[in-house]
Design a protein around this ligand. Structure first.
Ligand code: ATP
Ligand code: MG
Length: 573
């Protein structure tokens, strides 16, 4: 917390430029040469097996952003080829998150499952060309015969089945004559290919599970590599942008489309977003939810879009963050502090200022009339005069932050102490005259006097005070709960740990149940974001607030406490 005055949150104005990314160059070159007749069609292809996270936001901003920039379209396509893990809850949540982020796919909502018939026909075509076969090896045998980076693979004994035989077997796979794992359809490419992806990859497998859209219609499902390129092709995608781990799969992407002589989009890979102090792997996020390490996908500590939304992060901040991190082909880890910086930057411009006391200490003004209430005028946002002012009630008894008082202050502590005068924001100068304690020496309340000539906070004689405190009138205060969040993990790269659950930060949330906030917040709607002066940005929780008893989530502190930690508490008071 700041030493003295209400801190100035205006960050250095960092210049915002659209980073020149290599994907733009590719698109511009294609537009110049007319490769796709001037079209730009991208897609965002989530698998509906979890909620979206901030890493997905990078891909979303990129795909929708490029389409928007070049007058193209961006499709939302659910890559739903894995029935056991996918469901309609995820489909709906993903769409809600995308809309909230500010993106619109218009009528371009697609599901890979809508193409199951066509994909099946493509598979038949490959079989007829002698470019795919049904392999009856067990999954273990297939794995063993794949070879290694140094050793070529071994041909399957079923590799030379005739097309007629393969058509018959594939049909039987489809009609459910075989159990899961009994056989797969594989592309017939080259078991000695240097790129292991090309060693007769599986195209179809048997899964006797109902699908959330096609229900029991199918018991064979296409593999990602087969479904993805063909879905892109069917939709007339021009630039199929994916993360770097698919680089080796590009050869297969191209092989399948070439083999079928299908319309051919260009796959382009970029580096995925990694963020420190959190995990961005769906599998790990699912574990956090399933094992109740967090309260759900929208727990405010989660790096999910729904978690960030519930915490109070504005969508603009996420979009600005994605723009700032840029797009490269080299993996890197972004500092969580950058996301917080983007959140602060946005909220500084837009958030309503209010006063709230998290750890209340009662103060009584001895020379203030018993039943008097004054209304003082407060600025709603110093960054935006258009947001106007509001009235704050002031009376004889008020609360200040316990940390703003010290009975025996060290040299650099400028806040309230016995005999010292400080300013109450928007109100008066007050001087502490007495400290009331219980039998154990705990401070119960303070007594002070006020100078009636200092209404508004300035002394007519020009005398200065070193500190301005926030406060809330006791009689008018509203009780609130405030939840302070910290990093979900206590190490920078939890994903690299053998057991990432063992490095969860035990102090990732602190719940304060006796907070006092100014009466203005009585009617604050769930989702309302504001700055508690001197404390940080907060948002009314959308789940746990009740009328008259708001619960606030801390979105972010006022300044970068992270870099402060790195500088070893340099500015602490
Ligand atoms: P995970 O690996 O966590 O399971 P995923 O990549 O399998 O995630 P999908 O639903 O398939 O999840 O992802 C949809 C799109 O989002 C893909 O195009 C993927 O490349 C992209 N994406 C996923 N994670 C990130 C990330 N961390 N940074 C950038 N893009 C990402
Ligand atoms: Mg994926």
């Amino acid at each position: 917390m700041a030493d003295s005055d209400i801190p100035d949150n205006s960050m250095e104005a960092k210049e915002r430029t659209v980073p020149p990314n290599f994907i733009r160059h590719v698109i511009e070159e294609d537009l110049r040469t007319g490769k796709y007749d001037g079209r730009v069609v991208t897609r965002f292809p989530p698998e509906p097996n979890g909620y979206l996270h901030i890493g997905h936001a990078k891909s979303i901003c990129l795909n929708f952003g490029l389409a928007g920039e070049y007058g193209g379209t961006c499709h939302l396509r659910f890559d739903d080829t894995n029935p056991g893990k996918e469901n309609i809850e995820f489909v709906n949540a993903i769409q809600a998150d995308l809309r909230w982020l500010g993106f619109d796919w218009d009528r371009h909502l697609y599901f890979t499952s809508d193409y199951f018939d066509r994909l099946f026909d493509y598979a038949i075509a490959l079989i007829k060309m002698g470019k795919a076969y049904v392999d009856s090896q067990s999954p273990d045998e297939i794995r063993q015969n794949r070879g290694t980076l140094k050793e070529p693979g071994t041909d399957s004994p079923y590799r030379n089945r005739t097309a007629a035989e393969n058509l018959d077997l594939f049909e039987k796979m489809k009609t459910g004559d075989f159990g899961e794992g009994a056989c797969v359809l594989r592309a017939k490419i080259d078991m000695a290919a240097p790129n292991i992806v090309m060693r007769d990859p599986a195209l179809y497998r048997i899964r006797k599970q109902p699908h959330h859209r096609t229900e029991g219609l199918w018991c064979i499902y296409p593999m990602y590599d087969f479904a993805h390129c063909l879905s892109d092709s069917i939709e007339g995608i021009t630039h199929s942008i994916c993360t770097l781990e698919f680089e080796n799969n590009r050869e297969l992407y191209d092989w399948i489309l070439d083999a079928l002589n299908a319309y051919h989009p260009q796959q382009i890979e970029f580096a995925r977003l990694n963020l420190n102090y959190t995990v961005l792997s769906k599998r790990k996020l699912i574990t956090l939810v399933a094992k109740n390490h967090v309260s759900g996908w929208d727990d405010p500590r989660m790096p999910t879009i729904s978690g960030l939304r519930r915490r109070g992060c504005p969508p603009e901040a996420i979009r600005n963050f994605c723009e700032r991190i840029g797009v490269a082909r080299r993996d890197s880890t972004v500092d969580f502090a950058l996301l917080e910086y983007c959140i602060r930057e946005e909220l500084n411009k837009k958030a309503h200022r209010v006063m709230a006391v998290l750890n209340p200490l009662r103060v009584v003004i001895e020379n203030y009339p018993e039943d008097q209430t004054e209304t003082l005028s407060a600025v709603n946002n110093p960054e935006d005069a258009g947001m106007g002012t509001r009235e704050i009630p002031f009376s004889k008894v008020f609360y200040i932050e316990r940390e703003d008082f010290m009975e025996d202050p060290p040299k650099k502590f400028y806040r309230l102490a016995p005999g010292r005068e400080v300013r109450l924001r928007y109100a008066y100068l007050v001087t502490c005259t007495d400290v009331i304690k219980d039998g154990n020496g705990n401070i119960l309340e303070l007594r002070c006097t006020y100078d009636p000539a200092t209404r508004g906070g300035d002394a007519p004689d020009g005398r200065k005070v070193k500190s301005t405190l926030h406060w809330v009138s006791a009689r008018h205060a509203i009780d609130a709960e405030v939840r302070l969040y910290d990093a979900l993990f206590s190490v920078e790269n939890p994903g690299a740990e053998e057991d990432f659950e063992s490095v969860l930060n035990p102090k990732s949330v602190e719940v304060l149940t006796r907070c006092k906030v100014e009466p203005f917040l009585k009617t604050a709607a769930p989702g309302f974001r504001c700055q508690f002066e001197r404390l940080g940005y907060f948002c009314v929780d959308t789940r746990d607030s009740s009328p008259g008893k708001p619960v606030f989530n801390r979105i972010v502190t006022l300044r970068d406490t992270w870099s402060k930690i790195q500088k070893k508490g340099k500015n602490d008071s």
